[in-house]
Design a protein around this ligand. Structure first.
Ligand code: 3NM
Ligand code: MG
Length: 496
């Protein structure tokens, strides 16, 4: 799904347009004024005219690259291929709407109580419409108004999720609302825009007020993608040495992946050359997938010598929870205080964070316990060990202990080949080696490159399953690294 900016969400109402202006003209003005999302809400139109009107509105929203949401009518949304649908508590149940509409489309749900919000979150709503915060003449309200405190109570009772607040919002009370709440993603407005004599001016004023409180998620994403593109170019021009001590299942794949992005792998596990390699090294990738007592000792040496020289150290605690031996060594390596980036799968990081990680052998089993749990796991672990923590899974989470980012790229076939997680660690090694100014962004960039390469690999006609995918993935790491602007089109990053 595309990253959506919920900051200023126009909900239309054709009955409110001033007599000397037109409905479509008013929407166009609002788009010019900067509305970030449009919902077409028509309560009395027959299906045919609704679809006809929806096509016209869609043509406008497309011009401004703003998503179009259809109120209530999934059939209309499907017919015109809208970006989303908004459902109320008395409309089609969310689970059915999702079945008809698919996972790639936006579904928003109106909520007036904590319970309604919790259910909508649980059932997978993409955003919530919370209201009505104040009285409104636009819609006959059947439930109590929430007031600012009521909105805050709902937000405090649910995990972070995109949301807009609605009902009687104008410039002044909108400011008051944003000033006195945390976690609001945007304001949803009908009459304040549709009835405005100058809708463009009204929207500009609203948006510039909102921007003092709400960051456009696209700004964050663009900043990281821009960093990632430059970071890839640095790998190409500097071709750093990336010393791996990894498990014997993935050595060859990791070395090829490292070469594919323009870095230079050295896969030695010989303790007698660790210190010499450190002198010319770019970064150290330590992976304990097939750890032996001898190798553990060599890894400790490598940690020390690379740390002393200021080189980043990427640690992949493969199967951290699986055996006593691994549990002890995971702790020991992390407590050495030398790890720059800890990169593990969901089971490994949740185990380290003491937030419920399960693993079967070296594979992660079960989910991440929800976004709130996942975000806290990476954030708290990053604080505890003073490093970047990346947790890969269905959604990847990365934190430096202050900020948390979610990356929603990646194809399912990544989970069908061995060592794709180890490959991410290798590539984190490549990025951190030559992008030492920002290890948080460098780590996110590495994950982006691998996951986007996986999406491109799956789309190829020569990819038939895990075997062909494995080699196509190396190809696409190479191709995307050679044309990093591709990241702009594919990246799905958001700050949690
Ligand atoms: N839904 P205005 S309140 C469409 O509480 C709508 O779910 C509401 O209009 C809800 O911005 C509302 O003109 C109307 O007050 C909001
Ligand atoms: Mg409705």
């Amino acid at each position: 799904m595309v990253t959506v900016d919920y900051s200023l969400y126009l909900v239309t109402d054709s009955s409110l347009v001033p007599h000397d202006l037109t409905f479509l003209g008013q929407i166009e003005k609002a788009l010019e004024g900067g509305v970030t999302l449009v919902q077409l809400r028509e309560k009395d139109l027959d299906t045919g005219p609704f679809i006809e009107l929806a096509y016209k509105v869609k043509a406008l929203t497309r011009q401004f690259n703003v998503p179009l949401i259809i109120n209530d009518r999934i059939d209309v949304a499907l017919a015109i291929d809208a970006d989303g649908v908004h459902i109320g508590q008395d409309d089609m149940p969310l689970t059915q709407a999702r079945q008809l509409f698919g996972n790639d489309k936006i579904i928003g749900v109106s909520c007036n109580t904590i319970e309604e919000a919790q259910i909508a979150v649980h059932q997978g709503a993409d955003y919530l419409g919370i209201g009505a915060v104040w009285n409104t003449a636009t819609k006959k309200l059947t439930k109590k108004t929430l007031g600012i405190q009521g909105v805050q109570d709902i937000l405090a009772a649910i995990p972070p999720i995109p949301n807009v607040v609605i009902g009687g919002i104008k410039l002044d009370n909108g400011k008051e609302l944003l000033e006195n709440t945390t976690g609001v993603s945007g304001l949803s407005i009908v009459s304040g825009i549709m009835a405005a004599p100058d809708a463009k001016k009204a929207c500009k004023e609203l948006l510039s007020m909102i921007r003092n409180y709400v960051v456009n998620p696209m700004t964050v994403q663009n900043e990281i993608v821009e960093y990632a593109i430059k970071a890839i170019e640095h790998i190409k021009t500097k071709s750093p040495l990336v010393h791996h001590m990894t498990n014997n299942v993935v050595i060859n794949d990791n070395a090829n992946a490292t070469l594919a992005v323009g870095a230079s792998p050295i896969m030695s596990t010989n303790d007698e050359e660790v210190n010499d390699i450190a002198k010319i090294n770019g970064s150290m990738v330590l992976n304990m997938g097939t750890l032996s007592p001898k190798m553990a000792e060599t890894m400790s040496m490598a940690m020390k010598s690379n740390h002393d020289l200021g080189h980043p150290i990427v640690f992949d605690p493969v199967g951290a929870a699986a055996t006593e031996y691994r549990r002890v060594h995971t702790k020991k390596f992390l407590e050495s205080g030398t790890v720059t980036v800890l990169k593990g799968n969901t089971g490994e990081i949740l185990y380290i964070a003491e937030r419920g990680g399960k693993s079967r052998g070296v594979d992660s089993v079960g989910g991440n316990g929800g976004e709130e749990n996942a975000a806290l796991a990476v954030k708290e672990t990053a604080q505890k060990y003073n490093c970047i923590v990346a947790m890969t899974g269905e959604i990847d989470y990365v934190s430096d202990g202050h900020r948390v980012f979610a990356i929603e790229n990646g194809d399912n076939l990544l989970a069908c080949i061995t060592g794709s997680g180890c490959m991410v660690s290798s590539i984190v090694g490549c990025f951190t080696a030559v992008n030492r100014d920002n290890y948080l962004y460098a780590t996110i960039a590495a994950i982006l490159l691998v996951t986007i390469a996986s999406e491109k690999a799956t789309k190829r006609s020569d990819v038939q399953g895990p075997g062909t995918f494995r080699s196509a993935l190396i190809d696409e790491l190479y191709n995307v690294s050679n044309k990093p602007s591709i990241l702009e089109e594919y990246a799905k990053i958001r700050e949690v």
